[in-house]
Design a protein around this ligand. Structure first.
Ligand code: NDP
Length: 481
């Protein structure tokens, strides 16, 4: 075996003895000057960083996006030029569980992607579902509180979950998916991903299109029932990490078909549903899937903490050719994700190797905690802008066309004019008998221990989706008693 490298302090000084602390005599006590011991203990105390408030438990890997189809009439984005291959990172996660939670719990799965494009990092921070529980960001912290622990019992509270959902009928679409087979995928490879929000594309002619992103699993869908999930958790709490990490180590590289739905800009005023409502899909019959390419995961991280735990995804990261939309939830996340990373990882989280773009980076942000890169202005004497020192300058050629949206500032009731029942009904309708039976049973199981008044309020909503859905849950509840 080759001689191992010499062990050192973090300052690089060689270490002679890493087995025995420095003591006054063989029976102690230890000396304050034993800096090696102090450094070791101090580092241990600082090994943990705040876990994510949501999506704490995750699994990730690196890969490639290969664009096989020409969509240049919709977007000028370099990442979407036909034939382009772009390095990327994916992190999957559960939403509610903490960092040590078991992998095989019924929950929505995060599907966060970072594409290291030639014009900057593009992050798509979606889920394995095309919709979400709420459409107004003012409700988001309350919703998450219902998913987390009760402040007094320190236990998860089905009562809180169903109280909130039954008072927020816009949640029913997502709850239907959560309680369906797809609410408990067997592995991260066997599920679809969705950008969920409506974003926009803009092309070389300055035309804007609304867009939704879809990632269709090429491994096929595979799910566990609650019983199978519980049995799996009895064997291992780390089933997703084992499947994803182990699969890639063995050379089984998972792939997803990458597609978009495109809506012409002016259609947004015509659709009967609000196309910027995160609780709604765009029916495929109206806006068919258009093929873009293939995403493959083919490399594990060398260090989980450095590259997956410290990975910071934010919907604020878009690139020329991709834009936001009026989706209120998207706009709130544009703020809150970057803010969460500044808190969790620090001011310069985007300079960490896993988050750093692979294209040149030039900006005038200065100093700050843990600045290890000095200045990135492109010229030594340029530390402000504009300057005459040759520092980086703006490029009007990448200016986004104007977003044609206007209206009077007010707190509009987001429930007005919304049909919260039609799309869950469409999903219920497309399920076969077995899928429906499991949907009813999973919903009934999730309602166990919940106050009758809250259950009845929820059932009232299910009846409005379809009498068969409400009655199916009632029968499944009776079977549990
Ligand atoms: P389609 O029949 O064209 O598409 C149905 C979609 O539902 C497919 O994308 C399918 O995914 C997906 N699906 C099937 N079972 C489930 C499930 N248990 N949970 C979540 N998704 C599932 O119908 P429409 O486009 O008209 O939509 C009908 C309903 O399908 C919607 O109201 C919505 O609930 C659901 N849906 C629609 C999507 C969309 O973007 N239009 C996307 C996902 C769901 P796959 O092809 O991978 O099997």
């Amino acid at each position: 075996m080759a001689t191992p490298p010499r062990m050192t302090t973090t300052a690089g000084a060689p270490i002679a003895d890493n087995q025995n602390s420095q003591t006054a005599g063989p029976r102690g006590p230890v000396l304050l000057q034993d800096y090696q011991l102090i450094e070791k203990l101090a580092h241990q105390n600082r090994e943990r960083i705040p876990e994510r408030v949501v999506h704490a438990k995750g699994w990730g890997a690196f890969g490639t996006l290969t664009v096989t189809h020409d969509i240049s009439k919709y977007t000028r984005a370099a990442v979407f030029k036909k034939g382009t291959k772009t390095d990327m990172l994916a992190r999957f996660s559960t939403v509610a569980g903490e960092l040590g939670a078991a992998d095989h719990e019924r929950d929505v799965r995060g599907f966060a992607l970072k594409f290291y494009t030639s014009e900057g990092n593009w992050d798509l921070v979606g889920n394995n579902t095309p919709v979400f529980f709420v459409r107004d960001p003012l409700k988001f912290p309350d919703f998450i509180h219902t998913q987390k622990r009760h402040p007094r019992t320190n236990l998860r509270s089905p009562n809180a979950m169903w109280d909130f959902w039954s008072l927020s009928p816009e949640a029913l679409h997502q709850v239907t998916i959560l309680m369906s087979d797809r609410g408990l995928p067997q592995t991260p490879m066997q599920m679809n991903g969705y950008g969920s929000h409506t974003y926009s594309f803009w092309n070389d002619d300055g035309e804007r299109f609304w867009v939704k992103f879809h990632f269709k699993t090429l491994q096929g869908h595979a799910h566990f029932t609650n019983e199978e999930g519980n049995a799996k958790i009895g064997q291992t709490r780390e089933g997703y990490q084992e499947a994803l990490f182990g699969g890639i180590e063995a050379g089984n590289f998972p792939k997803w078909r990458v597609c978009v739905q495109i809506m012409p800009e002016m259609d947004a005023e015509k659709t009967e549903y609000n196309p910027f409502d995160l609780t709604k899909v765009w029916p495929h019959g109206d806006y068919p899937l258009i093929d873009v390419g293939v995403m493959e995961l083919n490399r594990n991280a060398d260090n989980y903490f450095a590259e997956i735990e410290q990975a910071a995804f934010s919907p604020s990261n878009i690139v020329p050719g991709i834009g936001y939309s009026p989706d209120k939830m998207l706009q709130a996340r544009v703020f809150s994700y970057a803010d969460a990373h500044r808190y969790r990882l620090g001011t310069h989280y985007e300079a960490l190797p896993v988050n750093a773009p692979k294209c040149p980076v030039h900006h005038y942000h200065k100093d700050g905690s843990m600045n290890f890169f000095g200045q990135k202005t492109g010229a030594g004497d340029a530390y402000y802008e504009p300057n005459s020192m040759g520092g980086a300058a703006e490029d009007p050629s990448v200016a986004e066309p104007p977003l044609r949206i206007s209206g009077d500032a007010a707190r509009y009731n987001h429930r007005d004019g919304n049909d919260d029942y039609k799309q869950p009904r469409a999903l219920h309708d497309l399920m076969d008998e077995g899928q429906r039976a499991r949907l009813y049973a999973n919903t009934a199981a999730a309602m166990q221990g919940v106050d009758e008044a809250i259950v009845n309020r929820a059932l009232g909503h299910y009846d409005k989706i379809s009498q068969a859905y409400g009655d199916g849950i009632r029968a499944a509840r009776a079977a549990l008693k």
